[in-house]
Design a protein around this ligand. Structure first.
Ligand code: GSH
Length: 244
């Protein structure tokens, strides 16, 4: 049984999609990052970097509990454990690795920074971060072009088979309309995106993500949400949660 300690952000959802696709027994353990639950000492034992997602496999390698952080590593782990969505053929396997790591190294960090500065500016109108916004939004658009080119040359992002690379990329691209990505200009990306949305496991993920988000919003009512924009605050929270 896999416990997913997480929040339904893109990094959380990619693991949810994999769990739904494989049909493995799993459950979601809510870690409400708006309430700072990622700094709780018990969660830090699973994820030293105080970030979701983390998993606990109650039947890990060699038997017994095994815990993991980092969503990309978790996808490789689940693919190897179940023998699904990471091709055995060497060329396809390495292609999938490249595109999954492309997501981890570029799509996630750049889209994440673009979201961060766009939202920061919305909530702190007195100090617009125009340079940072421009840098990360422009880089995000360039990355959509890379994805469109890849979808022009390959049925799926990793290789000619659906794989963990697609699951890693998809949740990050859900906000493509807000970035001005259109079917006319990015037809190959949109072909792939629609193929993703047609998958029952992806549809189940999207429904679950909404339900979990609603549950977490309810849990936040009447409580003070933490300021995720202030890294000094986060350092102080982490320092108080961890002992050397
Ligand atoms: N490279 C990590 C990134 C994880 C990450 O940034 N998680 C975010 C949510 S998507 C988080 O936990 N944020 C909480 C915080 O910043 O305190 C992964 O892919 O697992």
């Amino acid at each position: 049984m896999i416990e997913l300690h997480s929040s339904p952000t893109p990094n959380g959802q990619k693991v949810m999609i994999m769990l739904e696709e494989t049909g493995i027994e799993w459950k979601h353990v809510d870690v409400n990052i708006r309430l700072g639950e990622q700094f709780a000492p018990d969660f830090l034992k699973l994820s030293a970097n105080n970030r979701i997602p983390a998993i606990v496999d109650t039947d890990g390698p060699g038997g017994g509990r095994y815990t993991m952080m980092e969503s990309g590593a978790i996808l490789f782990y689940l693919a190897e454990k179940t023998g699904k969505f990471l091709p055995k053929d060497a060329r396809k396997r390495y292609d999938v690795m490249q595109w999954l790591i492309f997501q981890m190294a570029h799509v996630g960090p750049m889209f994440g920074q673009a979201n961060h500065f766009n939202n920061y500016v919305k909530e702190n109108t007195q100090e617009p971060q125009t340079y940072a916004q421009g840098r990360y939004n422009n880089e995000s658009i360039r990355l959509y072009r890379v994805l469109d080119n890849r979808a022009r040359d390959s049925a799926w992002m990793g290789c000619d088979e659906y794989s963990i690379a697609d699951m890693a990329i998809y949740p990050w691209t859900k906000m493509h309309k807000d970035r001005g990505i259109t079917e006319a200009e990015y037809p190959n990306f949109m072909r792939w995106y629609k193929a993703m949305e047609a998958r029952p496991a992806v549809q189940r993920n999207n429904k679950m993500a909404t339900e979990i988000r609603e549950r977490m919003t309810k849990a936040t009512e009447g409580k003070t949400a933490i300021n995720l924009y202030d890294t000094k605050d986060n350092a102080a929270r982490l320092a108080s949660a961890t002992q050397r």
